[in-house]
Design a protein around this ligand. Structure first.
Ligand code: GLP
Length: 261
């Protein structure tokens, strides 16, 4: 795991954008980008939009797969993850909407749709870089505590904590869907690069568990310790409870110095 601790949310988002753009540049002929929702990656998406508008960053050959979607919300529902992605990214860049994939929470046969989603990822050649946030209970995507670390795309029942956390986006808590389609932990682990983002003091404890604690299905993000190429980018507040904070900063400096040689 490479850990980057940045001063604030803005610097965290900029570093994340640098990583995404560098990887996009390595694979110009069809980059497959895995995307996440939630408030955490919004700054990253804003920076990608700015780079598209000011610097001509090209998304015409980018294919995207989103991690998850609420069951029973249509793509045009303002609280659906599909709507969120349109609003926060897709409507502002030159991506071909044919190349955009978000699980369909309205699919008649949800199990068949989950299988099909996995197949679409495989047919696209797998995910080159997967953007991730972390839930208050340590989940990645909607892989709630206790999820199999080998799980695939499926329907997941949300925990009370997640429903409460996400109630801020709805008029009232009863409107928050109780189920979601989510890529599994095993599906996420197949991405060539994972990029986990976290900001704010609220995430400090769970992030320390994910990065430095034991690997456990109780904190599904902790399995990223087993991934050969994971980068974790956070702000100071989210990194406050890490034991090896100083070492991570030292490593970043030393790596930069090595690059300049
Ligand atoms: C939801 C999403 C996750 C996201 C999490 C954190 O549960 N399914 O992918 O990481 O929210 O949200 P936020 O970034 O708003 O803290």
């Amino acid at each position: 795991m490479q850990v980057f601790i940045k001063k604030d949310y803005e610097e965290m988002s900029q570093k994340a954008a640098e990583i995404v753009v560098e990887e996009m540049g390595r694979k110009k002929d069809g980059f497959v980008l895995g995307l996440a929702t939630g408030s955490t990656p919004v700054g990253l998406y804003k920076e990608l939009i700015r780079m598209h508008k000011d610097e001509g960053l090209d998304f015409s050959r980018v294919t995207t797969f989103n991690l998850d979607e609420y069951c029973s919300l249509a793509p045009d529902h303002p609280q659906s993850y599909h709507y969120f992605m349109d609003d926060n990214l897709f409507n502002h860049i030159n991506i071909d909407k044919k190349n955009v994939h978000v699980p369909d929470g309205m699919a008649k046969d949800l199990e068949a749709h989950c299988r099909e989603y996995e197949k679409m990822i495989r047919d696209a050649g797998g995910i080159d870089l997967q953007v991730l946030g972390i839930g208050g209970d340590g989940h990645i995507a909607f892989n709630e505590p206790g999820s199999s670390l080998g799980s695939r795309t499926r329907v997941k029942t949300l925990t009370e904590e997640t429903i409460k956390d996400n109630a801020r986006f709805f008029k009232n808590i009863d409107e928050v869907p109780k189920y979601a389609i989510t890529m599994g932990v095993g599906s996420v682990m197949e991405a060539k690069i994972c990029l986990l983002l976290a900001n704010g003091a609220k995430k400090a404890e769970v992030l320390a568990k994910a990065v430095e604690g034991p690997i456990t299905a109780e904190i599904t993000a902790s399995v990223l310790q087993m991934h050969p190429n994971t980068m974790v980018v956070m702000d100071e507040a989210a990194g406050a409870k890490l034991k090896r904070k100083d070492y991570y900063k030292h490593v970043e400096k030393m790596t930069d110095a090595l690059k300049k040689k």
